[in-house]
Design a binder for this molecule. Structure first.
Ligand SMILES: [Zn+2]
Length: 147
């Protein structure tokens, strides 16, 4: 399959006929009572952070999924969403935070770091070197996907 010919935008809510963003935002806000976002590292040792934050701040996490009569998942009781990124860096979570604010309106953003984070064990120059001739033996990353 030639991935470059797929039109992923065709599946986006915003590309559907009669789409009304203001209406959709109101429905999203009713479907999920999101108030708080917690940003933390994807290190497996940090997995308990959202539950601990929910308990500390009186939020609901993970909450329950609400279904309609046909069994479709249409809502959630969660009031806390998690954004999991390397090192728990807020800058890497900005898009998710922005979307959550736009769709749900959020009141709190909590950033939690953990000790001995592996994401602090490298540098930007080290990553660039790894993708260049120094470590891989090539600087050509133009792949042929068979299209
Ligand atoms: Zn970490």
């Amino acid at each position: 399959m030639n991935l470059s010919k797929l039109n992923f935008d065709a599946y986006a809510f915003s590309k559907q006929p009669d789409y009304n963003e203001a209406t959709v935002r109101k429905e999203f806000a009713k479907a999920v009572p999101l108030r708080t976002i917690v940003v933390y590292c994807y290190d497996p040792r940090a997995v308990g952070i959202p539950v601990a934050v929910a308990k500390e701040f009186g939020e609901v996490f993970p909450g329950d999924i609400i279904t309609d009569e046909q069994g479709n998942k249409i809502a959630s009781t969660a009031s806390l969403f998690e954004v999991v990124v390397a090192g728990g860096r807020a800058v890497d979570a900005l898009r998710s935070i922005t979307v959550a604010q736009h769709l749900f309106g959020i009141e709190n953003i909590i950033v939690v770091h953990h000790t001995h984070c592996g994401a602090t064990s490298f540098t930007a120059d080290g990553i660039i070197d790894a993708y260049q001739l120094v470590e891989t033996g090539t600087d050509d990353y133009s792949y042929d996907y068979g299209g």
